[in-house]
Write a protein that binds this ligand. Structure first.
Ligand code: MIC
Ligand code: SF4
Length: 646
């Protein structure tokens, strides 16, 4: 029987386990990437694990998230990352060189390879035919050391594309339409594979927009075939030798097939406060807009910025709107500067923002109170923009520019109906200048690693206790993201200082949480988090596990949990439990005192646990489903403890 693309790549990389749907497999990782906000922890753990050199084909450390440098903290982190990279054989992409996912596709991605990145949008690499997966920093550290990455052999959803996009309808609308169909939860065991005649017309950067925001579906990753378009892109990047053709066999099987007719798509936007809350722009017409932002790893390619310039040419931004434009990479910034397109953007009245994550992670250009902001990025979680009362919509560059010009949300097909859709041809040769990517040192023994006062050692955890006498320190609802658990924005500079960063765990849900949890810990009471469906969506930040661990959280009980966050909890020895009866969620409340006995033996045997509430004796049955490998980590108290125990 034939294979699909996912199976071809995965099967060629399996080093442990069998390629059977639902079973745990370990795969070899060819390339890794990290970014600064998750990278410091990843490399501190790489060091703690005692590796002396990376064992991958290629590992790149990018600085793109915390480029604000309003104090010494970010700069210290950057220097630490630079020196660690030089010592251990990692390429280092300096701040200003661009957003990790975009630069990786431009300069390093190779069809048919595996990529593991400490960022949830690593699947952007699927646009160039990679199986590119987001994970916590510790998993990436292990992969850099040559260890396998473990995942559940996935179900494969085929998205069959037909037709071509109409003018003013964009790749972003394809993934927004898919979000409308698949939603943001319940897809954790799947990978998406694109196919069908519609693939041909999409360029590599457009494919990368689609696989990038595939992260919001909650799938493991998304992948496109590698074809003539891929070859031409690689050639224009001076990397044709990395090309390999990749397509599904004609008799390949899929677990589900979704058909999308590109010619019938209408422009869409994701409405506040979830990327899954998608509506047609024609239904949102007339909503006044205060801010429009083009940029981020989703929509800041050469095509996107050239298109933005062409749409703005000779026009002025609406006086009530602040338009910001950030190129995704220095390559794009240099190209649009040299060809004059940047001048059109400047003359329209737009702000030129740094080539970095910037607004997307909420560390700059926060909107005003109650503002409406339309952005080309991929996440509009509550408060992520830096302004809790802001309403953030996610759209294509076409729709964001239409809003910036008209001052309100509108369908770009309608707004630009009397204009020619700009034809942006892919360049034959991109400007290639990798001088901001530093090579590892020729003699690692000469490199001294820089550790400023902002760099603290990662905290450690105790082994799993046999009895958990705990307190429900917080109860939260459905679709809690890792942005809710561990806010980024202005708090980002503490990413390398767990003790300080832990003060902000759940700060928007319950500003007292951190203090209360630490008090409990001081009294020997273990903390328990209770959550609803799809807990831990979004970012891969392992801080959403490390900081709760530091605060003494031993167990998270939810109705369901997302893949990356669940893996991070296990890596740091926090038990990920689910309710056997989802109805019990309603029965538990904040401050309930629970006793859970026989924990170690039940984890070993896979038996149910029972939580008994003090006072009325209510019994709540809990499932803890772990692979053999995961059981070891939870019992040892963390992956690092497990490795140390040998
Ligand atoms: C995000 O988009 O949420 C981030 C910031 O890139 C995160 C990583 C982080 O929290 O550092 C992600 O997507 O994993
Ligand atoms: Fe950066 Fe935003 Fe992309 Fe995350 S989603 S990597 S913050 S640009």
């Amino acid at each position: 029987m034939g294979k699909n693309i996912v199976q071809k790549i995965l099967d060629g990389h399996i080093v442990d386990g069998k390629p059977e749907k639902g079973s745990a497999v370990g795969i070899r990782i060819d390339q890794t990437l990290t970014q600064d906000a998750t990278g410091t922890m990843a490399y501190l753990q790489f060091e703690a694990l005692g590796f002396d050199r990376v064992k991958t084909e290629l590992s790149v450390s990018y600085v793109d998230h915390n480029t604000i440098q309003e104090g010494f903290e970010n700069a210290d982190d950057h220097k630490y990352l630079e020196t660690v990279a030089a010592k251990y054989g990692i390429l280092f992409s300096k701040p200003g060189n661009g957003i990790c996912h975009q630069v990786h596709v431009e300069r390093f991605g190779k069809p048919g390879k595996t990529l593991l990145g400490s960022d949830s949008h690593t699947p952007t690499g699927g646009g160039i035919g990679m199986v590119a997966i987001g994970a916590g920093g510790l998993d990436v550290a292990v992969a850099m050391g040559g260890g396998p990455f473990y995942l559940t052999y996935p179900e494969v959803v085929k998205v069959e594309l037909a037709g071509t996009l109409r003018p003013w309808v964009s790749a972003k609308d394809v993934v927004l339409a898919l979000l409308e169909i698949m939603g943001t939860k319940g897809n954790a065991g799947s990978m998406v594979e694109y196919g069908g005649p519609g693939v041909d017309a999409l360029s590599v950067p457009e494919r990368a927009t689609i696989t990038n925001m595939g992260a919001e579906l909650g799938v493991i990753t998304s992948v496109f075939p590698s074809d003539e378009k891929t070859r031409l892109f690689l050639r224009a990047q001076g990397r044709e030798e990395g090309y390999a053709e990749l397509s599904a066999d004609s008799d390949a099987l899929y677990d589900r097939v979704i058909k999308i007719d590109l010619s019938a798509l209408e422009p869409r936007a994701a409405c506040p406060h979830s990327p899954g809350n998608v509506k047609k722009l024609s239904e949102l017409k007339g909503i006044k807009v205060d801010q429009a932002l083009v940029g981020s790893c989703t929509n800041a390619s050469y095509r996107d910025i050239m298109l933005t310039a062409a749409m703005l040419k000779g026009k002025k931004v609406n006086p009530n709107v602040s338009l910001g434009v950030a190129c995704g990479s220095r390559q794009v910034l240099e190209m649009v500067s040299r060809n004059g397109a940047l001048a059109e953007i400047i003359s329209s009245g737009a702000r030129i923002l740094e080539t970095a994550c910037g607004f997307c992670i909420g560390n700059s250009v926060a909107p005003r109170t109650d503002a409406v902001s339309v952005r080309t990025s991929n996440r509009n979680f509550f408060g992520r923009s830096g302004t809790s009362s802001a309403q953030v919509y996610l759209s294509s560059p076409e729709a964001a520019v239409a809003a910036a010009l008209s001052g309100e949300l509108c369908d770009p097909v309608e707004y630009f109906k009397n204009e020619q859709y700009p034809q942006i041809t892919a360049p034959d040769n991109f400007i290639i200048d990798d001088s901001m990517i530093l090579k590892p040192a020729a003699d690692p023994s000469k490199v001294e690693i820089f550790r400023g006062p902002n760099i603290g050692a990662p905290p450690s955890n105790e082994a799993c206790p046999d009895v958990i006498d705990g307190c429900v320190a917080i109860k939260v609802g459905d679709k809690i993201t890792t942005d809710h658990i561990m806010p980024a924005g202005s708090r980002l500079k503490y990413r390398s200082n767990i003790q300080k960063y832990a003060e902000f765990v759940f700060e928007r849900e319950d500003p007292e949480f951190s203090k209360r949890a630490l008090d409990n810990k001081g009294k020997g009471i273990r903390n328990i988090i209770v959550g609803g469906e799809s807990y831990g969506q979004g970012s891969s930040r392992e801080h959403a596990a490390i900081c709760p661990m530091y605060l003494g959280v031993k167990m998270v009980i939810t109705i369901s949990m997302e893949r990356i966050h669940r893996a991070n909890l296990v890596n740091f020895g926090i038990i990920p439990a689910t309710f056997v009866n989802a109805g019990d969620y309603a029965k538990l409340g904040k401050d309930d005192m629970l006793t859970i006995g026989d924990v170690r033996r039940s984890i070993q045997t896979g038996a149910e646990l029972t939580a008994v509430r003090k006072g009325d004796g209510l019994q709540v049955r809990l499932n803890v489903e772990l692979t053999e490998r995961e059981k070891g980590m939870v019992l040892a108290g963390s992956l690092i403890n497990q490795c140390r125990e040998g």
